[in-house]
Structures are given as C-alpha cells and as structure tokens.
Design a protein around this ligand. Structure first.
Ligand code: PFF
Length: 449
C-alpha cells in the first residue's frame, strides 16, 4: 500500500489521456455507420443530446468518485459506503467493473491486432513482400494470435511505465497525431468523386427514424461505449487528477473531444464508403443496410485503397495508423483499471502487475481467437450491452444516493470553489440521482424484453 500514487502532471495530460480512452474504435467505425443507418444527422442529434444529458452526468459521477478516493474502483466505492450492505455492493460493483473492463480489453485487443496487421500490410507491399502482405490481410488463427500478443505487448509496455511516464506521455504524443492524421485524411477523401453523397448520407437528417426506440437504445449504447463508461476506466483516470482542477469543466471537454472526433470520423468514413461505391466496391449488404463492423474496415475500405493505386498505399498506411493509435490510447486505459487495483490493494509492483494481468487477458484473447464464432459476439454483447450500462447505473447510484451529499460537494469545490452557484450544481445532482438511473434502467428493460 505504500507505493506513491501517480498523478497527471497537467490538465493537457489528463485531457489527452481521458479523451484517448474515449476516442477509439467505437468512434471511428461504430459511430459513422450507426449514424448513416439510423437517420444521419437525426442520429447525430439524438446522440449529442444523450451524450450531454445522460453520458456526461455518468462520466462526472465516475471522475468525481475517483478523484475523491484517489484510489482504484474497489477501494473508492467501499469508501463511499455507509453500512455493510453498501460496502458489499461497492466491493461487488468494483470487481464487476474490473472483470467487465478486462473482457472488453480482450475483444478490443483482437480487433486492434487486426489494425496493426493492416498497418504493416502497405509497408510490406511497398517493400515488394507481397506474400507477407497477403498473409497479413488473411484471417487466420496464427495471424490473429500473433497480433494479439504484439498489441498486448504495446499496451503492457505503456502501462508498466506508469501514469506520468507511460499513459500521460504516450497519450500526449499520440492524440494530437491522431487528430492531424484524421484531418489530412478527410481533406484528401472529400476531394474524390462520390464523397459528397457520403457527406449527405451522414449529415442530412431523416427525422422519421427518431421515433424508432431501437435508435435511442443504439445511441445510448454508443454513447456509453464511446465515453468508456461503466467499467471503472474514467474512475481510475479521475483518481489521477489533481485536486486543483475544475472537474465539471474537464469532463465537459472530454465529452466534447469525444463527440468532435466521432463527427470528424463520420466525415471521413461515409465519404470514403461512397467513394468506394463510385469505384465499384459494394457498400450495402444483402439486407440493404450499409456494411458496418469488420466488413467495413477489413474489406470495403481496403478495397477502396486498392483501387487508388500507389496513393492508396499511403492512404491505407495513414488510416490504419489512425486506427492503431485510437486503439492503443483506449486499451491502456482499460489495462490500468485492474493494474491499479493490484498495485494498490495487493502491493504488487506496477511492471509485474501489468505483465501478469496483461498476460491473463492475452490468454482470454487467444481463447476467443480459437473459438471466434462462438465467443466473439457473445463477449461483445455481454460486456457492452449489459455490463457497461449496469456499471454506469451503479456508479450513478453511488454518487447520487450512497455518497454523503456534503462530502460530494466539498470534493467538487476543490478546483471549482464557486460550484454552488453554477448551473452544474443546479442540475447534475438531480440528474445523477434520478434521471440517469431511471433512463439507464428503462433502456436496460427494453433490451431484456
Ligand atoms: N471508448 C472506447 C471506444 O470508443 O473505442 C472503448 C472503451 C474504452 C470502452 C474503455 C470501455 C472502456 F473502459
């Protein structure tokens, strides 16, 4: 217990780390196709409302609990409790978060491994190593297993170095690069024939689709996944924020950055899909929907890059670098959750904890890789559709019902002394106590029925 805790050294460092956790595969391939298939700007509009009305309050609950406790999720929730029942609940929710985030990390690492393989592919083609390039882009157990280990190795490397020298340092380098690459790609792709149709599909609203309850469930799930909520990630990052910082403002910036990158990704992916269509690539599946998920990233876009000749190699390189960066800044935030617990509560050294826990998650990844058809979708569904919203619900219950309100206020006052006069304090406590739990529970019930 005696190891000194890490802390982000600057506001910028925290913003890069937390937005790095939030911005990931969910923004770049989840959000754009979800939007295009669910009413374009109408989805964007619903999404924005849900992010600020439901996800932002839940994000604040995690950040504030974390900063108050300056500890991992298990200790933090136990510390807020007032009796044996809530203490038991804290222990349970803390551990459930650790298990959820480890399982999310296991499927995320598999997909991230694909991104790294597709990043090396154009390099192999430039070096005339065509058979290596073909192997890299062919779905085999061996390739998937090797790239799982490579990507997990990178994640372990960053987390082992600690909060300041690992997470903050790498997020501060990688996130600005991500934004620059994304902007350059958008600028290039929108000049190509067909791009404007994609922009239209993304931005023209079809408000008829707003009455579909499926759309709201989809948008809420997307918002929770995208802001990395309900799994303890934002709690642990909050625990590394200095008491001098204004947390509501920082949380707002993280939400804005996340939404901003999702919207920018929409301006890249949809125009790219319609450019692909103009080049003869199929972008709709048999049921008439836009191809999403792995089919989009691993077949539609590579087919587009192939049709662009040698410029396509550069574009592919930039695109998969973007995906790899987005994945890594998210995966490190996930591994940090169990590692912080092991370091703080079991006095394990950080390096050893990262190695052992990363190793265990890698074994889970390999099990999924070997039984892909049975396990992959199952793990994705259970963690993202069930565990994450439930985790978010409990964090709101802890912040809104279990935690003593005065102590909560004192925590936010640090770094934001005038909070009592702010709009935040007029709205947020009510939201986190009533609106968020009821809304999440309603969506949950819809999902189960
Ligand atoms: N927010 C990440 C994304 O949009 O890809 C995914 C994620 C990260 C989910 C961390 C959960 C988590 F704890």
């Amino acid at each position: 217990m005696s190891t000194p805790r890490g802390e982000f050294t600057s506001r910028f460092g925290f913003l890069m780390a937390a937005s790095g956790s939030a911005v990931g595969l969910g923004n770049i391939w989840g959000f754009p196709t979800n939007a295009a298939s669910n009413g374009g700007a109408a989805f964007l509009f619903t999404y924005l409302i849900l992010v600020f009305v439901l996800a932002y309050p839940a994000l604040m609950a995690e950040l504030i609990i974390g900063r108050h406790a300056k500890a991992n999720a298990v200790t933090a929730l136990q510390g807020l409790s007032r009796g044996t029942i809530s203490r038991g609940m804290g222990t349970f929710v803390g551990f459930a978060g650790i298990i959820t985030v480890s399982l999310i990390l296991s499927f995320y690492t598999i997909v991230s491994g694909w991104m790294v393989a597709f990043l090396i592919d154009p390099l192999a083609r430039i070096a005339n190593l065509d058979s290596l390039a073909d192997w890299l882009t062919t779905d085999t157990i061996l390739r998937n297993a090797l790239f799982v280990m490579l990507f997990m190795g990178l994640t372990i490397y960053v987390v082992s170095a600690g909060v300041k020298d690992g997470i903050e340092k790498w997020a501060s380098r990688l996130m600005p690069s991500l934004v620059v690459i994304l902007l350059l790609l958008i600028l290039y792709v929108i000049t190509l024939p067909g791009a404007s149709d994609g922009m239209r599909a993304f931005l023209i609203p079809d408000f008829k689709q707003l009455i579909d309850p499926g759309l709201i469930i989809n948008a809420l799930g997307q918002a929770f996944f995208s802001l990395s909520l309900g799994a303890g990630t934002m709690l642990i990052y909050g625990s590394y924020v200095s008491k001098k910082e204004n947390l509501p403002a920082l949380g707002g910036m993280v939400a804005l950055l996340d939404v901003g990158v999702a919207v920018m990704a929409g301006m890249l992916i949809l125009p790219a899909m319609y450019v692909a269509q103009a080049n003869g690539v199929a972008i709709y599946d048999e049921s008439g929907g836009l191809i999403a998920g792995p089919g989009l990233i691993l077949s539609v876009l590579p087919a587009l890059f192939n049709s662009m000749g040698s410029a396509g190699l550069l574009v592919a390189l930039a695109f998969f670098l973007l995906m790899t960066i987005a994945s890594l800044t998210s995966s490190i935030s996930m591994l940090e959750v169990p590692v912080a617990y092991a370091v703080e509560n079991h006095s394990v050294g950080r390096r050893k904890a990262a190695l052992i826990i990363g190793g265990i998650v890698a074994i889970i990844c390999l099990t999924i890789v070997a039984n892909f058809d049975d396990l992959f979708d199952l793990v994705v569904t259970v963690t993202t559709e069930y565990s994450q919203p439930l985790g978010g619900l409990f964090f709101c219950i802890f912040a809104g019902w279990i935690w003593n309100r005065n102590s909560l206020l004192q925590e936010i006052k640090q770094g934001f002394p005038e909070v009592e006069q702010s709009l935040f304090w007029k709205i947020w406590p009510f939201y986190v106590k009533f609106i968020c739990p009821v809304a999440i529970a309603a969506v949950y019930i819809q999902l189960l029925s």
